[in-house]
Ligand binder design. Structure first.
Ligand code: NAD
Length: 261
């Protein structure tokens, strides 16, 4: 537990499912005030609000699309109106779809870049602007992926977007370090969330993924949420511009395990 997170206002995009939901619940346990952005009425944000409140945190949710400037603005205004500040901004919303690159349409390319990269830019920009204006030494956390460094055929748009997120994070970290605003990146490996549901429902496809993970298991959303609370808390006060790979060793060239190569 991180005592300093108690009462802090954290905004999380894509918080209706998967990693966003797990992070929202973990910040609830830290007794933070959590603002959840969700994208679809099908998302179980209402249950998440109840879980957060039962844990002693506070929560409110607003529907919105991270690719729209006006929706990001409304989300941050909503956080300030509900809870009086923005201390932590987590740009988590993301999407992927598999297409061989020669068949990748401009529409598909733009969609993934818009959600995964432009959404992170808009959320970071507006949260930083608020923090500067109110002299808040806040924390921005962006959700990238191991594919900000592992090339991924059939997912060129996804890999390009996440590579962009990593460099955006590092640039913003450098730009705002003198103001005490920290900007960090979490790059998960394969985690058990809806984004992977179809793949992990197929035992063969799931095993093929596990074979790429030196630690031998698919990560749990709570293991990513644990990284987020650490990066948000003052326990990581001297850390900025970092990409935290939470991947069971996936980025460590598993093909070379056991002395191969
Ligand atoms: P998920 O599909 O459960 O979550 C993605 C969320 O983003 C959903 O709630 C969805 O509604 C939301 N979203 C999509 N488009 C949006 C938009 N335009 N506006 C607002 N919200 C939108 O999957 P997840 O695994 O929880 O993914 C969360 C983040 O983690 C994504 O950025 C993803 O790329 C990243 N990630 C996940 C894994 C993994 O293995 N699960 C690995 C690496 C990176």
């Amino acid at each position: 537990m991180y005592e300093d997170l108690k009462g802090k206002v954290v905004v999380i995009t894509g918080a209706g499912t998967g990693l966003g939901k797990a992070m929202a619940e973990r910040f609830g346990k830290e007794k933070a005030k959590v603002v959840l952005n969700y994208h679809s009425e099908k998302n179980d944000y209402k249950e998440t609000i109840q879980t957060i409140e039962a844990a002693g945190g506070k929560a409110a949710a607003l529907k919105g699309d991270v690719t729209k400037e006006e929706d990001i603005k409304k989300l941050l205004d909503f956080a300030v109106e509900k809870f009086g500040s923005i201390d932590i901004m987590i740009n988590n919303a993301g999407m992927e779809n598999e297409v061989p690159s020669e068949k990748l349409t401009l529409e598909d390319w733009n969609k993934v870049i818009d959600v995964n990269l432009t959404g992170v830019f808009l959320g970071s920009r507006d949260a930083i602007d608020y923090m500067l204006e109110h002299d808040i030494k806040g924390s921005i956390i962006n959700m990238s992926s191991v594919h900000d460094r592992i090339p991924w055929p059939h997912f060129a748009h996804y890999a390009a977007s996440k590579g962009g997120v990593k460099m955006l994070t590092e640039t913003l970290a450098l730009e705002y370090a003198p103001k005490g605003i920290r900007v960090n990146n979490i790059s998960p490996g394969a985690i058990d969330t809806p984004i992977n549901a179809e793949k992990f429902n197929d035992p063969k496809a799931k095993q093929e993924v596990i074979d790429l993970i030196p630690m031998g298991y698919i990560g749990r959303p709570e293991e990513i949420a644990a990284c987020a609370v650490w990066l948000a808390s003052t326990e990581s006060s001297y850390v900025t511009g970092m990409t935290l790979y939470a991947d069971g060793g996936m980025t460590k060239y598993p093909g070379f395990q056991a002395g191969k190569g």
